[in-house]
Design a protein around this ligand. Sequence first.
Ligand code: HEM
Length: 427
Amino acid sequence: HGAMRLAIRAQVRRGNPDAEVLSDPAVREDPYGHYERLRTAEPFGRGAFARVSVHHDVCTEVLRSDDFGVIGGARPEGLPPVLRTVLRLAGPRKSIGPIDPPSMLAVDPPEHTRYRRLVSRAFTARAVAHLRERTGQIAAELLDDLERDAAAGRPVDLVARYASLLPVTVISEMLGVPVAMREQFLAWGDGATPSLDMGLSLTTHRSVERNLAELDAWFRGHLGRLRQDPGDDLLSQLATLVDDDGSGLTEKELVATAALVFGAGFETTVNLIGNGAALLFAAPDQRRLLLDDPSLWPNAVDEMLRVESPVQRTGRRVKRDTTVRGVHLREGELVLLGLAAANRDPEMFEDPHRFDVTRGNARDHVAFSSGIHFCLGAALARMEGEVALRALFERFPDLSLAGAGTRRRTIILRGYESLPVTLGHPV
Ligand code: HEM
């Protein structure tokens, strides 16, 4: 049985679009050359069990078309044989998990429409504008802590002490989840995120399952408590929707929705802040532009999302036979959409590999996807990125790297695991 698993894993790796990235640290460090090799004139390249697109216009068209559905919603019989075998060997998933059905990210309409509508009001641009001031306070408190610790000129880790803590604190306060548990949430999140990538080892698979199960159990308990004793937070509103006549969410739907909104609320923004800081360290001229003219910050954040997309790609399944740019696609086929690669498409972005905070069309990136699954938290993430990076760079004009950062081992999520910095004198 063990040998069989190994064989299957090898097979998955061979046909796996992640294989090259998984096995080669240099490619993981800089995947963009790898993406360029996929950039042919055809709308799609061919992986072993999926088509792959790196074109901005093709990605957008697929994401906006209702001939395509999410992969998570696919029934096993609609998947390619290799994936079916892998899923069978992995066994049934015991935890609910933020990216499996019935999470809104993993279902098609009509379910998707219903789940998304229940939470979307909390994430509108207007709702997020109210959080800006509080986010600024959280940033200032975290920077106070950093400054105290770095008093002797010692380096501090920008990811552990700032980039990861800010988003988890903001989303915890929004949802009414205890901020005191934030380190535990970050640990569960880190343990669970490899599940986004394919071709996991069995050890990683087990550790992912353990982390998801713990997160799951905690949310069930928390939502149960809120149902008895609701507060005025978003999760209390969701929890009290549950009732017997079926007009509310089932417990499973409730846990999936809560875990998705919560996890997505901090597992991605940490990478925006870390990647953004690293980009500014590497481009002192861009950093100076921002210090001279702070009105450039919103555009700079979109440019960061474009050149170092925290979610490098997504995928869709063909729901019914269709044609895209003259290519006929059959029901059941899978399509990988290289969001990060599309964000460097020369047809769309001039001099695409250049980081330019004044770029006119930076906001045309697809880092938040497109169509009905367009990131629910986009306004929140943009605001957090802007507040966090501006506060950091304005308070510490001499902030500098104190060594090479280490990249996270995940592939779909791109960001830093650590980024050692020296603060220098505060303003
Ligand atoms: C969906 C990226 C921050 C909540 C998505 C998708 C992407 C994305 C690419 C769609 C995936 C697909 O189409 O298959 C990002 C990035 C972020 C970020 C790059 C930070 C820089 C956030 C935050 C929240 C959030 C702060 C807070 C709640 C969600 C939710 C969905 C989603 C709930 C599912 C939407 C749906 O299925 O309708 N995000 N996200 N995201 N994001 Fe974000």
